[in-house]
Ligand binder design. Structure first.
Ligand SMILES: [Zn+2]
Length: 236
């Protein structure tokens, strides 16, 4: 493993790694003081943050803001890594292609129609992946709004008041919307209801499963920027 990959795995966080990845990472850390220090720093930061969050009763809005900025940073980090690897992979492909003469004789025609179809398929695919992921956890797969999955940035576990909660994150420009799926046995939800601050809105919505609530937060005034746009006049 090289240091770039090692840093990417460290940034991902240990809980996200497979046992194999964790083992390879540990081997690298044992022989690489620079990466070991980076991992140590991140761990210290994570546990300090966790301690701080658990020790003090934080006003809900502040807690939410902390989560929001932590999420945004992590998302930006991850995206940068992914772009770096995509660029690296492309460079390797080009190098391999250049050195392999046969490539030029058999090179495919660039088909923009096929590419457009693929983009569409990926959008549908993303929605299906999220639905499958929810179904796999016996969670309701029908979200309370018709989100535009081209804006979907992340789905996985997110932290909400110190608990791991499934969350789907959408981003539109600098704004984000998050859909948490909260089990009633995880939180006292009786008092949960719509809330709004200058920073955004929180909606609590019922799902098809009476034991699961949707908690939808968004940094915009209305949820619309994250939803599929319909042409005016089109029946909806
Ligand atoms: Zn290293």
């Amino acid at each position: 493993m090289d240091c770039n990959l090692s840093r990417a795995l460290i940034a991902l966080g240990r809980r996200e790694l497979t046992a194999d990845d964790a083992l390879v990472l540990d081997r690298h850390l044992a022989g690489c003081p620079a990466c070991a220090l980076a991992a140590q720093k991140l761990n210290a930061l994570d546990s300090a943050l966790n301690r701080a969050m658990n020790a003090v009763p934080i006003p809900p809005r502040l807690h939410d803001d902390l989560l929001k900025s932590a999420f945004a940073r992590r998302g930006a980090d991850l995206r940068r890594k992914i772009y770096q690897y995509a660029a690296l992979a492309a460079a390797v492909l080009i190098a391999v292609g250049l050195s392999y003469g046969g490539y030029w004789r058999t090179r495919p025609v660039l088909n923009t129609n096929a590419l457009a179809e693929r983009v569409e398929a990926e959008q549908e695919n993303h929605e299906r992946v999220v639905r499958d992921w929810l179904a796999g956890q016996a969670l309701p797969t029908h979200l309370p709004y018709e989100f535009d999955f081209r804006l979907c940035l992340f789905h996985g576990k997110g932290e909400l008041h110190g608990r791991d909660v499934p969350v789907i994150v959408f981003a539109s420009g600098r704004d984000t919307a998050r859909v948490y799926l909260v089990r009633r046995n995880q939180f006292k939800t009786d008092d949960a209801r719509f809330a709004r601050s200058s920073l955004g809105s929180v909606e609590v919505l019922a799902s098809a499963d009476p034991t699961v609530l949707f908690v939808v937060t968004y940094t915009t005034e209305r949820i619309d920027p994250f939803l599929l746009r319909r042409t005016v006049g089109q029946p909806g």
